[in-house]
Write a protein that binds this ligand. Structure first.
Ligand code: PLP
Length: 390
């Protein structure tokens, strides 16, 4: 273990050395050839990572919430109906954003740990003529993963666009935006992409751009209006930079490096690595007699694990104990289970060794809080999952 504890929260995450180096490079003009190359590379690699060969990427300075707001503001007009499929806090956030834009939000809300059934989505689409359906790929407050492809197909049958919040999935869960029929997918730099916090990434399908171009009213946010950014993004990809708002020069360079690492690793291998991290983390927690928030194994995310605190153990005691044992993990976020749950992020550059240290730290923290554990249990359960897959 290094002197610094592993940062195992659901973002920001630890940075690979080359990404850290890229983010610390000297300041450059946003029009310099070096920066134009990195921005162009970042845009091209974003398209690859999202599986959207005909998509239009946008990379804006801001967090994941800005990506959500940019998606909604460009596609939604006052009076539009929106169907929000909510598996936690971030689904509910989409409803709030849509309402702020004057839309009528119909929310299908799952219990914490559950998904919304396909039949419920189908029934809602029969009942309401919606313009946009929003889905959270992995909700970071519950650790629940949705299957977006069938929902996007259904939405398309009803003439609705699909927005996928992939802030906690892109780079760690398989995504084929174009073949799944997702009109807009979005993420942020600080989660499974393992870049510094501060960039919002969106990829719009041709259908999404078409819907935007046929708006009756102007986009209600000046900063995120695609009309301002489209020529800039096209320009950087073509090697002809322009100016609308100053790009986050250092962050874009770091993102270009992190996307390059992802492409070099190979997307299939990267997703398989994350799948194993998720399975191994859950196995280790089960072995410690800790239960997982997602109610079925097949809806549990690969990028983070949400688990219930054992009876009688408090977050205020567990988190510092785990930190002292070498890993920073997070408390609960979903309002219904906030004080009864904790979350471990395992995305980005995390490997078997880092996760093994982490589950051992959780074991030690639990033991320090009085939870009965036999030492070495978590590491053994984790090793079984990895060895079986090898
Ligand atoms: C983190 C997260 C967000 C919000 O991103 P910020 O960068 O914190 O604004 C939105 N959706 C999901 C699924 C997230 O995990």
């Amino acid at each position: 273990m290094s002197d610094r504890p592993h940062l195992m929260i659901p973002g920001p995450v630890d940075l690979p050395d080359s990404v850290r180096a890229a983010s610390g490079a000297p300041a450059r003009s946003h029009l310099s050839p070096t920066f134009v190359d990195s921005f162009g590379d970042a845009l091209r690699r974003t398209r690859v990572l999202f599986g959207a060969p005909s998509g239009q990427p946008f990379i804006l300075a801001g967090s994941g919430t800005l990506a959500m707001e940019a998606a909604a503001a460009n596609l939604i007009e006052t009076g539009d109906a929106v169907l929000v499929i909510s598996t936690g806090v971030f689904g509910d956030r989409f409803a709030a954003i849509a309402e702020r834009l004057g839309a009528e939000a119909h929310v299908l809300r799952a219990e914490a740990g559950e998904t919304v059934s396909f039949d419920a989505v189908a029934a809602a689409l029969e009942r309401h003529a919606v313009k946009v359906v929003t889905v959270t790929h992995v909700d970071t407050s519950t650790g629940v993963r949705c299957d977006p492809a069938p929902i996007a197909a259904l939405a398309r049958d009803h003439g609705a666009l699909t927005i996928l919040d992939g802030v906690c999935s892109v780079g760690g869960e398989p995504l084929a935006q174009e073949s799944w029929g997702i009109d807009l997918a979005l993420t942020a730099s600080q989660k499974a992409l393992a870049a510094p916090a501060g960039l919002a990434l969106l990829v719009a399908s041709p259908e999404a751009l078409d819907a935007w171009s046929r708006r009756r009213t102007p986009v209600r946010s000046y900063y995120v209006d695609w009309g301002n950014w489209l020529p800039i993004m096209e320009g950087y990809e073509a090697g002809t930079p322009g100016y609308f708002g100053t790009p986050a020069v250092g962050l874009v360079a770091a993102l270009a490096e992190s996307l390059s690492l992802a492409v070099e690793e190979g997307l299939d291998r990267r997703m398989e690595r994350h799948r194993l991290l998720g399975a191994a983390c859950r196995a280790a927690l089960h072995a410690l007699d800790v239960s997982i928030v997602p109610v079925r194994e097949e809806i549990a995310a690969s990028t983070l694990t949400c688990a219930f605190l054992p009876e009688g153990i408090e977050l205020g005691a567990l988190l510092p104990a785990v930190r002292a044992a070498g890993a920073v993990i997070a408390g609960g976020l979903h309002p219904k289970i906030r004080t009864r749950s904790f979350r471990i992020g395992h995305m980005g550059a995390v490997d078997r060794g880092i996760l093994a240290d982490t589950v051992a730290a959780v074991e030690e923290g639990l033991a320090a809080c009085g939870h009965p554990v036999r030492r070495g249990t978590a590491r053994r359960a984790l090793a079984e999952v990895f060895d079986e897959a090898a």
